[in-house]
Design a protein around this ligand. Structure first.
Ligand SMILES: Cc1cc2nc3c(=O)[nH]c(=O)nc-3n(C[C@H](O)[C@H](O)[C@H](O)COP(=O)(O)OP(=O)(O)OC[C@H]3O[C@@H](n4cnc5c(N)ncnc54)[C@H](O)[C@@H]3O)c2cc1C
Length: 412
């Protein structure tokens, strides 16, 4: 079982290192000896690489400038977690067909395309309607709206908040399709199979958005640092789980081993950090703000409309002109549709002044620390002791300053 969520959504992928580097890992820890190349005939054969231009060394990681006075923002939002997994089903309610599409935990951005295309769209199509309403303008609502438009439907979004005010704005921005998306006890073979299809579909969709203006999607390298060997368990209490009530999670990443480059061990000469153990990993990241803008622009360009509306009771749906309504209200579904199974998992992130020259992530195992370089700042994330089932969206500045101080120790 997976107890890797010591840093919330940000960490699970970073922590998914193989404990022993497989024989076909992308590079060994020490430089390889040059492989013999075919000698050009008919000239006499000099030594194979004597005259060859050497490769440049990989650039050294730029120093992060870390101090509390460089914090430009601290945000808090809650992951909409359901132990049973996201709710994706149709229901007749107040004279409408309501298609529920919410509860994606710490994986909402990552799974958005697959969940909308393989989960919600078949249910929408099943109604035969050409005009639909979507409630919610977060990761799930916006992506569902785009998927419906691409299927030829007219879409109107109703929402209390739109970007950047929605909770989705305050996510880390990592490809983390397994993060708090289902509890282990509910990860049935049927769930796992659907999750795998969604993850694969999403992954494909994300690759199509590489290289676009504003860099909405990027692949980044990162360093997982550790005081202990990676195959040694952390002492009790250093796992940083979100509290004793937090369930176990299934090892869903095992279903998609082909979708992430393998991490590799580094020897001390291969990294600048003052820790005895380090691995380098590579992971997909999302620059959420430019990406939201892109989604919004595409939505409007294809005739989409957004209406600001705060529903205080599900009976208000009866007054909408659309007969098919997709419910993408995230954690809001708990109050609006009475879904007590939705559990808020609090997450706080501090942003340091952007440093474009910093292009790598850092996760410090056992020190409750994860850093992600985004275009809008260096994100410093730590997990609170009582984040699970915690709806508190108040900022705990001392917690972020403590995380920044831990990070500063790596650059002292
Ligand atoms: C700290 C943190 C880090 C995360 N990092 C990642 C990550 O790296 N990668 C990843 O994939 N996921 C991550 N997540 C998870 C991801 O952010 C969520 O799964 C996702 O944001 C959920 O999106 P949503 O559209 O369902 O909800 P929301 O973004 O909350 O959108 C809900 C929408 O519904 C509207 N709404 C709600 N109630 C009503 C109502 N009564 N009337 C009208 N409108 C209403 C809201 O105004 C809003 O427009 C992270 C989450 C947290 C907390």
């Amino acid at each position: 079982m997976n107890r890797r969520h010591w840093l919330g959504a940000a960490s699970a992928w970073a922590a998914a290192w193989p404990l022993v580097a497989p024989a076909h890992a992308d590079a060994p820890a020490s430089p390889p000896s040059p492989s013999p190349s075919p000698s050009p005939s008919p000239s006499p054969s000099p030594s194979p690489s004597a005259d060859r231009l050497p490769f440049a060394d990989p650039p050294r990681p730029a120093r992060m400038r870390v101090s509390a006075d460089r914090i430009v923002d601290i945000t808090v939002c809650t992951r909409p977690f359901r132990a049973q997994g996201p709710r994706i089903e149709a229901q007749r309610l107040h004279g409408k067909t309501v298609i529920h599409h919410y509860g994606h935990g710490g994986a909402g951005w990552s799974l958005s395309w697959g969940s909308a295309t393989l989960g919600a769209l078949p249910l929408i199509r099943g109604t035969g309607e050409r005009r639909i309403a979507v409630i919610g303008c977060g990761a799930i609502g916006l992506t569902t709206a785009r998927v419906a438009q691409r299927a030829g439907l007219r879409v109107r979004i109703y929402c209390r908040e739109r970007p950047p005010e929605v909770a989705s704005t305050f996510a880390t921005g990592l490809w983390s399709p397994e993060s708090r998306v289902v509890a282990a006890e509910h990860a049935t073979p049927a769930f796992n199979a659907m999750w795998e299809r969604m993850a694969r579909h999403s992954f494909r969709a994300w690759q199509d958005q590489l290289g676009l203006p504003g860099a909405p999607v990027e692949w980044r390298d990162g360093y997982v640092l550790s005081d202990l060997p990676f195959d040694q368990a952390l002492p009790a209490g250093q796992g940083g789980h979100g509290g004793p009530a937090e369930p176990d999670y299934p090892d869903l990443l095992d279903l998609i081993p082909d979708l992430h480059p393998r991490s590799m061990p580094l020897n001390p000469a291969q990294h600048p950090f003052p820790v005895p153990h380090a691995r380098r990993f590579t992971q997909m990241t999302f620059n959420i703000r430019p990406y939201q803008r892109l989604l919004m622009e595409d939505f409007f360009r294809e005739g989409g409309e957004i209406v600001t509306r705060d529903f205080s009771d599900a009976r208000e749906l009866a007054g909408l002109p659309e007969r098919t309504i997709v419910n993408c209200t995230g954690y809001g579904a708990r109050a609006l549709f009475g879904d007590e199974r939705l559990i808020p998992v609090r997450g706080q992130i501090a942003r340091l002044v952007p440093q474009p020259e910093v292009d790598y992530m850092v996760a410090w195992r056992g020190h409750n620390l994860m850093v992600v370089p985004r275009r809008d700042g260096l994100l410093v994330q730590a997990q609170g002791e009582h984040d699970f089932n915690n709806p508190d969206r108040g900022v705990d500045r001392a917690m972020s300053e403590a995380a920044v101080a831990r990070l500063a120790a790596l650059f002292a």
